[in-house]
Structures are given as structure tokens and as C-alpha cells.
Design a protein around this ligand. Structure first.
Ligand code: UDX
Length: 442
């Protein structure tokens, strides 16, 4: 099939390359000229394991072309996928203006009938808004092509995006048009025929809600465990063992039960807020989601309280932060707990020494006042305390004696529960983790 992908961020680029892999002919467009140029020179502009190879293969096979104008992307296309950003607005809702702009541009430039698919994460009822925009724009330009709207959310995780896209747990799409449904069946035929991937076919608003409900539910699991961790800290129990004990129940399952300094990234924080915002707009107060978000913010502040508990005033103290990305496997700093922590420390006039194996360039842009290190032990050198903020294997594999040797004081806040508490306590560390055995507070 002839497909177009509009917006070449994490979702769009991985999707475009995967479509090419499944044998479709893909035209891809991004509004950012430097990003297009980067891609045309053959370089994927962000860190995502496996994507460069998938992209190279797609381009070399002649099945993926990055084009310079949206009109060119749409020429002769069967299905166009909207993968533009939906960043959060101050009030909690997502900014849907890029989605609207694409809707109206597609209405203007379509050269024939096509299916327009929302892949960007959008609130329920965005489909209806898109239909309205398309109808209005078509009246203005006098176009009579049929544009069928559908929703086809993605569930890919950064750092795992290629695998999640090529081998998804499920495919979800929603539309009220038989033509659009048949087109989407064809787009994903390979996954169904060769991988037996389950498909949920529904209408637009339900598909849109599946995405928000899934992300909000996963975030809820994490916040639930972080709340349990708070209780563990108070009664001397171990949240990791509790997660295992709970996860062995088939009805619960083991995933997304890891307590820590909270979830970050471009999806969970935004989607929890957007879902609560949508609920409010339609007349329902989804209080549970407000708690999910409050528990998550509380986890970040907990690290600061633990540091203050050890060091009293943080002004003038030197703190090493190991890990900057919001999770391992990505250089994405959006809503990263590490960055929040660094900002708070800098505000309190502490010195921040930050290590990350892949995200240091991005760190330079958002934290110009932090010192950056490409070696975790160097970051620890002379520091008053160290915080583990991201569970990269480079950090997990550090040896207690090396940390002891480099730090000025043996104080650690293990925000991702990566180290064995007994090993650190025995080595003389003031060891703090989240909901597990820690040294007693001062
Ligand atoms: C998420 C969803 O998993 C994905 O389906 C959706 O398409 C986009 O949002 P992503 O943001 O890439 O993906 O990362 P994910 O692996 O889900 O982790 C999100 C955050 O939760 C990270 O900060 C991670 O550290 C944190 N997390 C995850 C926990 O704190 N505990 C856990 O048990 C799992």
C-alpha cells in the first residue's frame, strides 16, 4: 500500500520504518527542515536502539522516502498517519493544534480519497474534531475527496520502540468507515498473518480511550507501588519482595510494579493529566488520577528530603546524579525525575555532577549549570552524596568499593533500588533506597 507518515519523532519514524519493513511504500514528512535534512543524510536524529538499522534497510530498499512538502507526501496515498506531537498545556490538556494543522493541510492537499489516521495520543473526541476541520477546509478549497478518519494508537516504549512496533501485544484501531477499517486491516496484515497479533477493531472514541486508559492504568500501578513503598519505609518492609509476591498472582502480573523516584517521559505524565482533563471536561472528576500524579511528584521530593536528612543544608554541597534520561535505553529527558532533582538542587545552590551514558548532549541544553561526566565514578569524585536516578546497566554494575573510594562521604540515595542494601550498609554507606531496607534516618 501507499502510506504517508506525518511527524517523524519517536512514534512517526519507528512507524514509518516498520511499515516499510512490512512491504508498504512510505512517504514521510516532518515540519522540521533540519530533521528532514538529517534523515536524508541517513542519520536517525535521536537515540533509539535498532532504529538506525531498520531505517537504513527501509531507505536502501527504496520503500521509505523523506519528502520536503506535505502535499508531496500525500500524492497517491491510501492511508496517512498523523504522528505529530501533542505536548501538555499549562491547564493539563494536550496541545492539539499540530493535529488540527495536519488535518486541515491534508484536506487541502489530498489528491484523492484517503484514510486519515490519528496515531498521536489524543483525547477521545479528537476524531470528531478532525472531521469538522476537514469538512470546513474542504469547503474552503472546493475539494470533494473522501477523507475517512480513524484512530490507531501506538503503545511503543522508548528504548524498546522497534521491538514493540514489530511485535506488538495488540493492534487497536477505531473507525466508523468500512473503507478505513479494510485499509487498516491491509496495513497490518503481516502482523496478523505471520505473528498472530490480536486486533481490537472498534470505533474512533473507544480506540482513543484505550490509549489513555492504558497509560493511565500503568502509571497508576507505579504510583500504587510507590505509595506501598512509603508504608514499607515506615514499617520496615521490603517493596521489592511485595511486588514479587503480588506479581505472581496471575490476575495482577509482575510488570510495572517497580517502586522508585517515579515515572517520567513524554507519555505517562502528559497522558495522566490529559485523561483527568478530559474527564473533567465531560463532567467527571477522576480523583484517582490526581492522586497518581501527586504520589509521583512526592517520590521526587522524597530524594531531596533524604539528602537533606543526611547533609542538612544542600547549598555548597556537591551531589552526583547517576543517570539523566527518564529511563534506560533513551536519551529523552522529558519529565525526567533526574532533571527535576538537578534543578531543585541547583536552585538550592548545590553543585550538581551528572552522569549519563547517552544523554549528556541533551543535558547540556537543559542544565547548563550542571557539570557533566561520561564516567560515573568521575561524577562521584569528591561528591558529598550520590543519587541513582536511572537504572542504566553502567550504573547497576558499579562496585561498592569504587563508589566508596571516589565519594567524599559514603552517602547514597538509590532512587531505582538497583543495589543490594546489605552490601552497601556493610561497606559503611549511609544507604537509602525506596521502600527497602535503608539505614535509619538521622
Ligand atoms: C510508555 C508506555 O509504556 C507505552 O506503551 C506508551 O506508548 C508510551 O508511554 P515510555 O514512556 O517509553 O512508554 O516508558 P515506560 O517504559 O513505560 O516507562 C515510563 C516511566 O515509568 C519511566 O520513567 C520508568 O522509569 C517508570 N517506571 C516503569 C517505573 O517507575 N516503575 C515501573 O515498574 C515501570
Amino acid at each position: 500500500m501507499k502510506l504517508s507518515v506525518i511527524g517523524l519523532g519517536h512514534v512517526g519514524l519507528v512507524t514509518a520504518a516498520a511499515f516499510a519493513q512490512w512491504g508498504h511504500e512510505v512517504m514521510a514528512f516532518d515540519i522540521d527542515a533540519s530533521r528532514r535534512e538529517h534523515l536524508r543524510r541517513g542519520k536517525v536524529p535521536f537515540y533509539e536502539p535498532g532504529l538506525q538499522d531498520l531505517f537504513d534497510e527501509a531507505v536502501a530498499g527504496g520503500r521509505l522516502t523523506v519528502v520536503d512538502d506535505l502535499g508531496g507526501t500525500l500524492a497517491g496515498t491510501d492511508v496517512a498517519f498523523v504522528c505529530v506531537g501533542t505536548p501538555p498545556l499549562p491547564g493539563g490538556g494536550p496541545d492539539l493544534s499540530y493535529v488540527e494543522q495536519v488535518g486541515s493541510a491534508v484536506a487541502e492537499h489530498a489528491t484523492g480519497d484517503l484514510v486519515l489516521v490519528e496515531k498521536s495520543t489524543v483525547p477521545a473526541n479528537t476524531g470528531r474534531r478532525l472531521e469538522q476541520v476537514i469538512a470546513r477546509e474542504q469547503r474552503r478549497v472546493g475539494s470533494s475527496h473522501r477523507i475517512y478518519v480513524a484512530s490507531n494508537p501506538e503503545f511503543l516504549r522508548e528504548g524498546n520502540a522497534v521491538e514493540d512496533t514489530l511485535n506488538p501485544d495488540r493492534i487497536v484501531y477505531g473507525t466508523s468507515s468500512v473503507h478505513a477499517r479494510d485499509a487498516l486491516r491491509e496495513v497490518y496484515r503481516v502482523l496478523v498473518d505471520e505473528h498472530d497479533c490480536p486486533v481490537v477493531e472498534t470505533e474512533v472514541a473507544t480506540a482513543e480511550l484505550i490509549k489513555h486508559a492504558s497509560n493511565a492504568f500503568l502509571a497508576t500501578r507505579i504510583s500504587f507501588m510507590n505509595a506501598v513503598a512509603q508504608i514499607c519505609d515506615r514499617v520496615g518492609a521490603d517493596v521489592e519482595v511485595i511486588a514479587r509476591g503480588m506479581g505472581l498472582d496471575d490476575r495482577i502480573g509482575p510488570a510495572f510494579l517497580r517502586a522508585g523516584i517515579g515515572y517520567g517521559g513524554s507519555c505517562f505524565p502528559k497522558d495522566v493529566d490529559a485523561f483527568a482533563h478530559l474527564a473533567r471536561e465531560v463532567g467527571y472528576e477522576f480523583d484517582l488520577l490526581e492522586s497518581v500524579r501527586a504520589i509521583n511528584s512526592g517520590q521526587r521530593d522524597l530524594v531531596l528530603r533524604k539528602l537533606e536528612g543526611e547533609l542538612w543544608h544542600l547549598a555548597g554541597k556537591s551531589i552526583a546524579i547517576l543517570g539523566a534520561a527518564f529511563k534506560p535505553g533513551t536519551d529523552d529527558l522529558r519529565e525526567s525525575p533526574a532533571i527535576y532533582l538537578a534543578e531543585q538542587l541547583l536552585e538550592q545552590r548545590a553543585k550538581v555532577r551528572i552522569y549519563d551514558p547517552v544523554a549528556l548532549n541533551a543535558v547540556a541544553k537543559v542544565l547548563p549549570d550542571a557539570e557533566r561526566f561520561d564516567d560515573p565514578l568521575e561524577a562521584c569524585s569528591g561528591a558529598h552524596a550520590v543519587v541513582v536516578a536511572t537504572e542504566w546497566s553502567e550504573i547497576r554494575n558499579l562496585r561498592v568499593e569504587d563508589l566508596r573510594e571516589h565519594l567524599a562521604h559514603p552517602i547514597i540515595v538509590d532512587g531505582r533500588n538497583v543495589f543490594d542494601p546489605d552490601t552497601f550498609i556493610e561497606a559503611g554507606f549511609r544507604y537509602h533506597s525506596i521502600g527497602r531496607r535503608s539505614v535509619s534516618p538521622i
